[in-house]
Design a protein. Structure first.
Length: 314
């Protein structure tokens, strides 16, 4: 079975034979470790089937060192090849600029990470966007409508060529909660995701959503929007909250703790994976495990995490 098929099996509570596992490697890890990482990954063909060297990776423009301007006019700057850039130039720094902002004309089916909520922050800048949400100015809804309209165009462009599951990424939370709070999120953002994901579900497809940060309080809302499986961070949300909110209710692909694994001992990593499985697994499904490997994690710790996944996936 493909990973997509395994995830659907878990979503539908059809008792997958093993816990589905997703392992991803950031390009910067290949840049640092080279052939050593290649050799390591080839020891785990049952867990990882992606690129095994930097030459196999097609980097998007924002992953290259230097400056990149996207279709909205956001200026991205990057100081480390193989890592994602950050937006340093915001095309609508003043509220009055929102009225003149043009929706990009491209219809290439591209919905990158940060396509809705984070796009608002990229366009306005964090502080200005937070002020918009706090004051609930009329320009905020105008901007939201423009971004949503563009996203709906892009979604319609990609639907004819996608599989049974669509993968979306848009970080809703920060380390300790939602920057705009749950009340304003439900007022302004929930209708956007409901419209986007509702369109996907109309076609009989599944929706997978990655979202970083402490978001457990809106996970039932995301499910109501049409999300079939959520990819939350265990470190930001905590196992207690995820067990209470999700177990047996909301299928998740649990993002193993990227803030912990680089600094842990191999035995601590083993214990971490074991505890996650013991606390959240149900034999009928609803749990998958995700591991992201980056340049700050030692090869020893990468191997420990992969070994633990192999041992506890069932």
């Amino acid at each position: 079975m493909t990973l997509e098929q395994q995830l659907i099996c878990a979503i539908e509570y059809k008792s997958p034979k093993q816990i589905p596992v997703s392992v991803s490697v950031l390009p910067a890890a290949f840049a640092r470790y080279g052939d050593e990482l290649t050799r390591l990954l080839k020891e785990y063909p049952d867990l990882y089937g992606g690129a095994t060297s930097l030459s196999d990776v097609t980097l998007p423009p924002s992953y290259h060192e230097g400056r990149h301007v996207d279709e909205w006019g956001c200026v991205w700057e990057n100081v480390k090849e193989g890592m994602e850039a950050i937006v340093t130039g915001h095309p609508v720094p003043n509220r009055e600029d929102i009225y003149d902002l043009q929706i990009p004309s491209n219809r290439d089916g591209r919905l990158p990470h940060g396509f809705m909520y984070l796009r608002l922050l990229d366009l306005r800048g964090f502080e200005e966007a937070m002020t918009d949400f706090a004051e609930e100015c009329p320009e905020l809804q105008i901007l939201i409508d423009k971004v949503l309209t563009y996203n709906m165009y892009q979604l319609e462009a990609i639907l004819p060529q996608c599989g049974q599951m669509l993968f979306f990424g848009d970080d809703q939370g920060m380390q300790t909660g939602l920057a705009i709070g749950a009340e304003r999120w439900r007022k302004y953002l929930k209708p956007c995701y409901s419209r986007l994901y509702g369109r996907v579900r109309e076609t009989g497809r599944y929706v997978y959503m990655h979202t970083d940060g402490r978001i457990f309080e809106i996970m039932p809302d995301l499910q109501e929007c049409g999300v079939s499986m959520i990819n939350p961070q265990v470190g930001a949300n905590g196992l207690d909250n995820l067990e209470r909110v999700c177990k047996g209710r909301i299928p998740i692909l649990l993002d193993l703790d990227r803030q912990f694994i680089p600094f842990a001992t191999p035995s601590q990593i083993t214990d971490h994976v074991r505890e996650c499985v013991e606390r959240l697994w149900l034999p009928e499904g609803d749990l998958a495990l995700g591991l992201e490997l980056n340049y700050e994690t030692s090869l020893e710790n990468m191997a420990a995490a992969l070994d633990a996944l192999r041992k506890f996936r069932g």
